[in-house]
Write a protein that binds this ligand. Sequence first.
Ligand code: PHE
Length: 446
Amino acid sequence: MNNFSRFGFILATVGSAVGLGNIWKFPYITGEYGGGAFVLVYILTILLIGFSLLVAEMFLGYLGKSDAVTTFEQIGIKNSKPSLKYAGFMIFNGIIIMTFYSVVIGWILFYIYHSLNSGLPHSVSVAENNFNNLIGNKIWIQIGFHTLATLIILHFVNGGIKQGIEKLNNTLMPLLFLILTGLLIYSFSFNSFSQAFTFLFEPHWEKLNSEAFIRAVGHSFFTLSLGMGTILTYSASVPKDINITKSALLVMFFDTLIALIAGLIIFTLLFQFGEEPSKGPGLVFISMPVIFYHLGTTGIIFSTLFLFSLAMAGLTSAVSLVEPAVLYLINRFNFTRFKATIFMGFLYWFVGIFAILSYSKDFGKMFSFFGKPLFDILEVTTDSILLPLSGIIIAIVVAFLVSKNELEKVQAELGIFYKIWLFSVKIIVPIAILFLMLNVLGVIKL
Ligand code: PHE
């Protein structure tokens, strides 16, 4: 069969988990919520909520050995709830995410090209102008790079689990790790390294509020690729003797480690050049290029490596976002892999164009709804509503609909921790997510 090897599975799942979320998003939310205290809450959430759900979703994949819709359908039939199959439609969350994820990967590719060609900006205002000009005016360039990103992604999805996805991850993930370690070692040479270290690891309790907690929960889903059938789909192709909980621990460990390394690198550079830690999403595209400029020639190398690592992290996540829906078309509609890949790829690519237009000066209004650009709507809806919703479903299905016999594997692996895990999946995870969603929807304000 076309299964992952054990190592390949772990690497591909780490590849899925480590994405733009780790290198781009984690540092800026950490900055916003004051550093160390947020990191602590984040680690606690990952351990308590993220890990439980990661094991649950991996287990569902292992159990079902099929696409998400079929897996949920089978559990539904056993429990006389045939409509449970619709839960499997969470695979489309990945396609919705891809509409903007691919655009961002396109920006990164453009930045690699641009910084090699025209150099780096010498001040924040120039950098700001560059970025605003890209998203506000350069529609064709963005579409071009969004298309390039799409072609690369589809090429590997079309290769299938073994020849495409496993190969891509086997090459890119070690390389990513190597580059980030190199950049980390380079950051040691700056005086500001210790400041960055303190910022990340010294808790400032006064800055910690319930909003930080909500952000931490939301981010733990996104960063572990939970709630869109990605983990479920990858886990459907694992070797039989896989240890689910060990794999989940490794994935969680590497995901967190890479986020922290990225944070250390970024904050060291920010502090070295007197920039504020809470720079928002523009961090990577505005502050970092200016910092790299100040480093002279090393800066160009540094910048290229940094952008490459971002692109690699993004690509390995992107294939994992597309694969679940592709497998569904293959299994349920008898599509060939090629046809399924093109179909899903075209779908997100096409909507992605409107996401691009929604940020443009000329067409922005046309593609904004409720005063928000389509790009942001796609991001917020998935991040804050669809992923948590799917998370609850996964938790409930595993906790209440899967039989005790079937759970034996997890029980054997977890030993004395099994009861804690079950409690977490049954009670803690659903309550935490419910809280998160009500808060996002504005029903409660913490
Ligand atoms: N985990 C990825 C990140 O942190 C994003 C992602 C979400 C990838 C869901 C796959 C599935 O960027």
